[in-house]
Design a binder for this molecule. Structure first.
Ligand code: FES
Length: 68
C-alpha cells in the first residue's frame, strides 16, 4: 500500500493525503504530517501556488475527477 494518496477532486484541486515533503526551487520545504492532507491547484488561479486557495470555485474551473 502507498504511503500517500492523491485524490482528483471534481472541478477542484489534487488533494494529497499522507506524509509527504514538498520542496521548492530554493530548497524551502513544507512537510505534510501523516494523517493530514494538502491540496494542489490545478485551475491555475490560486495566489498561493502550488497550493489551492479555493479560487477554482469563482473562476468556473471544470475538471473531471477521473484519472486516465
Ligand atoms: S484548484 Fe483550487 S485554486 Fe486552483
Amino acid at each position: 500500500m502507498a504511503d500517500a494518496k492523491v485524490e482528483v477532486r471534481l472541478n477542484g484541486p489534487l488533494r494529497v493525503y499522507g506524509e509527504i515533503e514538498i520542496v521548492d526551487a530554493d530548497g524551502k520545504n513544507y512537510t505534510v504530517p501523516e494523517g493530514q492532507w494538502v491540496s494542489f491547484c490545478r485551475c491555475g488561479k490560486s495566489e498561493k501556488k502550488p497550493f489551492c486557495d479555493t479560487a477554482h470555485r469563482d473562476c468556473g474551473f471544470e475538471g473531471e475527477s477521473k484519472a486516465y
